[in-house]
Ligand binder design. Structure first.
Ligand SMILES: Cc1ncc(COP(=O)(O)O)c(C=O)c1O
Length: 461
């Protein structure tokens, strides 16, 4: 008999979680003004709000924490980190920062000017924010298949080369500082970019003399999908695949809170001494001295170990198998989700799940609240609240897809927890025809409203 699959680690330390009752959850979500960000963590049974900074560190990482070097300058922890970055990505220059958006802030301060255009696959919100904040434009060149949740394309993070070529042709010379590829592409559902696509984007970029930057938050999950799905890569190790991916890039931004498996941190790395030297000025100004940036020495040590662990095939198999375990159950129940199942999260298509809720009443948020009420499971809305208002007309922007994102923290929950999530969502699905109204806004911030918005129920007569 073939042995079944099991995780590549065992559990050494546990944290109690409280299941709560439905009446408790009804009170808590009302007090939270129907915004799941306002819940206290004790009020959540299974927390799938994000996979960012929520992973469990290994015993080796905790051991590395104890040997962190907190020297202001020349910390040995920095050199540990530099060594693994060189080994994995082939970049000689690196700057630690406090998290991914800080990497964007520092690198884009060097590269992005007012009036520039930065094409890529669907840019993450903070990436787009840091481009637009500088008066530049982010142009999404993702393949059309990514926006059709029912198409089973293996690399929905890919760039459409024709769309990209059009942008390169139509933008005046010197106005494209770099192309950015996000691996995996969070916005399209944790969907990977193929090696062929990375290579072809690089070739096109070379034709126009434009550098390529990888937004690398989930680089190892991307490498795993290349290993699994792309012809010619099943015999290669994850580290060989990572090395090839980054051989096409000029530099990278990294949120270490994902595939660094640490709770805070990030970095920039590049092969260009000039980029590094210019970036150090901004890093020193915004983050800290070159050899610690925004990070404590102990955290750099833990990150160095995390980068080793995340590139082990056994770990990645466990990781993606758990996300797949949840996704498959939902598909079996007929629940509409982005296919194929991505690397870090399940994206539930709320419009098809709750067809009776009007779009003006925040469909994905309604679904997120229903799931919380059902079982204390916290997901996050990736829909109209997140899309915010048009800055000029102040009208709500209604995105093509309304998602409830269920992001799975790394090495934190067991498949039993995933089974609870699947059963809870099925219960909500079974009563979907009784859910015909959603929520209206009571109070909102002028920008990034989803974090702090206050809502009230729409009552139907
Ligand atoms: C693809 C991607 N890039 C950048 C970031 C920003 O990273 P951080 O949250 O560490 O600032 C994120 C965070 O979720 C992300 O998913």
């Amino acid at each position: 008999m073939e042995l079944p699959f099991a995780e590549s680690y065992k559990i050494k330390m546990v944290e109690a979680i409280y299941r709560s009752t439905r009446p408790e959850r009804e009170t808590w979500i009302r007090e939270a003004k129907y915004n799941l960000f306002n819940l206290r963590s004790e009020q959540v049974y299974i927390d799938l709000l994000t996979d960012s900074g929520t992973g469990a560190m290994s015993d080796r990482q905790w051991a590395a924490i104890m040997t962190g070097d907190e020297s202001y300058a020349g910390s040995s922890s920095y050199y540990n980190l530099q060594e693994i970055i060189r080994k994995l990505f082939g970049f000689d220059y690196c700057l630690p920062v406090h998290q991914g958006r800080a990497a964007e802030n520092v690198l884009f301060s060097v590269l992005v000017q007012k009036g520039d255009v930065v094409p890529g696959n669907s840019h993450f919100d903070t990436t787009k924010g840091h481009i637009e904040f500088r008066g530049a434009t982010a142009v999404d060149c993702t393949i059309d298949e990514a926006f059709d949740t029912e198409t089973d394309h293996p690399f929905k993070g890919n760039i459409d080369l024709e769309k990209l070529r059009k942008v390169l042709n139509e933008t005046p010379a010197g106005k494209i500082p770099f192309i950015i590829l996000t691996v995996t592409c969070n916005t399209s559902g944790g969907q990977p970019v193929s090696m062929q696509n990375i290579r072809e984007v690089k070739e096109l970029a070379n034709e126009y003399g434009i550098p390529l930057v990888l937004d690398s938050a989930r680089f190892a999950e991307n490498a795993w999908f290349i290993h699994q799905r792309e012809t010619g890569y099943s015999g290669k190790t994850i580290r060989e695949i990572v090395a090839e991916m980054f051989s096409y890039a000029d530099g990278m931004t990294m949120s270490s809170k994902k595939d660094g498996i640490v709770n805070i941190g990030g970095f920039i790395a590049t092969r260009h001494q000039q980029w590094f030297e210019k970036a150090t000025t901004f890093s020193i100004m915004y983050e800290g001295f070159i050899t610690y940036g925004g990070m404590a020495g102990r955290d750099m040590n833990a990150l160095a170990v995390g980068l080793e662990e995340v590139t082990e095939a056994e770990y990645l198999e466990s990781r993606t198998a758990q996300v797949e375990h949840l996704g498959k159950q939902l598909l079996d129940y007929g629940i509409p989700v982005q296919r194929p199942i991505g690397g870090h999260a399940i994206f539930v298509e709320a419009k098809r799940f709750l067809p009776l809720v009007p779009k003006e009443e925040f469909i994905a948020q309604t679904l997120a609240i229903e799931l919380y009420l059902e079982a204390g499971v916290r997901g996050v809305e990736v829909g109209t609240l997140l899309a915010d208002r048009n800055p000029e007309t102040r009208e709500n922007r209604y995105p093509a897809t309304e998602f409830l994102r269920l992001a799975i923290p790394r090495r934190v929950y067991t498949n039993n927890h995933m089974d609870v999530v699947a059963a809870a969502l099925k219960n909500v699905f079974d009563r979907r025809n009784q859910i015909s109204s959603g929520y209206k806004i009571r109070k909102e911030a002028p920008i990034m409203r989803h974090f702090t918005v206050e809502l009230e129920r729409v009552l139907k007569d």
